[in-house]
Design a binder for this molecule. Structure first.
Ligand SMILES: NC(=O)c1ccc[n+]([C@@H]2O[C@H](COP(=O)([O-])OP(=O)(O)OC[C@H]3O[C@@H](n4cnc5c(N)ncnc54)[C@H](O)[C@@H]3O)[C@@H](O)[C@H]2O)c1
Length: 270
């Protein structure tokens, strides 16, 4: 997507962190922004911050896991801004708990409902509005390096949802070939956001162990959300499918790839 001015972006999970900074960056390029987030006060404050900086924004309290909430918000966006050009599925929740085999269904369902069904619902209801005007557009799905590489961080269920989002994005790219609507999937490493805190707040009293209800030091020392946002905007402008934000995570991906290639070497030699 090359031209942003006077177009409309919907950014989910945009009351703070990567979503908020990317929404601001799109607003600085002249886009109208609809911010979707479950934290009602925070999302209104985020929209006001964009307005105060001279941008155009509305902040809507939306639960992306709830299809009726997404549908109602979509109708508000279309009545306010008429059409949609860019959708960034960025809302997510996170947990570093115990061993994956012990994780309770309610926690699995929570992680899947936000991290996978959130994008499913938003794409289902917003994509028709992006197709209708024929101008093309872009869909950005925020996955994670955890969508590719699982390490000893007790975050396997989260990683499974982010891996599924990569596959979903690959399928969407095939479906949208020739439509003028590009697709990107973002693979951040550690980002110094409040993700551990917002996730703990949303998780409430669901079952399971939460080993990290507060932000650990490696995440606090991660890349700033504003720097991640700049890389996302650059990737959208260049229509890159994979937007890798953290060059330092490359060896992890290479090592996984090497293991896969070794498996094919073994198949070849069998
Ligand atoms: N922080 C990291 O280290 C890191 C690393 C890799 C990927 N990511 C990804 O980046 C994205 C943004 O996270 P962040 O780090 O900026 O944290 P963040 O907590 O600032 O942003 C996540 C937002 O999603 C919102 N949200 C949660 N559940 C929701 C729901 N059901 N409906 C609507 N909104 C909901 C939260 O309220 C929050 O504002 C997420 O997709 C996350 O998986 C983060």
């Amino acid at each position: 997507m090359k031209h942003f001015k006077d177009k409309t972006a919907v950014v989910t999970g945009s009351a703070s962190g990567i979503g908020f900074e990317t929404a601001k960056a799109f607003a600085n390029l002249g886009m109208r922004i609809a911010l979707f987030d479950m934290r009602a006060d925070a999302v209104k404050a985020a929209a006001q911050a964009i307005q105060a900086a001279g941008g155009e924004a509305i902040g809507l309290a939306v639960n992306v896991a709830d299809e009726s909430s997404v549908l109602a918000a979509t109708e508000k966006v279309v009545s306010e801004y008429e059409s949609v050009d860019l959708l960034m599925n960025n809302a997510a929740v996170f947990l570093r708990g115990g061993e994956i085999a012990d994780l309770e269904d309610d926690v699995w369902q929570w992680l899947l409902s936000v991290n996978l069904f959130g994008p499913i619902h938003c794409i289902r209801h917003l994509l028709p509005h992006m197709k209708a005007h024929g101008r093309g557009g872009h869909i950005v799905n925020t996955s994670s390096i955890s969508g590719f590489v699982v390490r000893d961080r007790q975050n396997g269920a989260y990683a499974a949802t982010k891996s599924a989002l990569v596959s979903y994005s690959e399928a969407l790219r095939i479906d949208l070939e020739g439509s003028g609507i590009g697709v990107s999937v973002v693979l951040p490493g550690a980002v110094a956001s409040d993700f551990y805190l917002t996730s703990a707040e949303h998780r409430g009293d669901l079952g399971g162990t939460n080993l990290f209800p507060t932000t650990p030091a490696d995440t606090a020392a991660g890349m700033k959300p504003v720097e991640v946002a700049a890389r996302i905007v650059d990737g959208v402008r260049d229509d890159r499918f994979f937007i890798a934000t953290h060059a330092g995570t490359r060896p992890m991906v290479e090592s996984r790839h090497a293991e896969l290639m070794a498996a094919y070497d073994a198949a070849q030699d069998f």
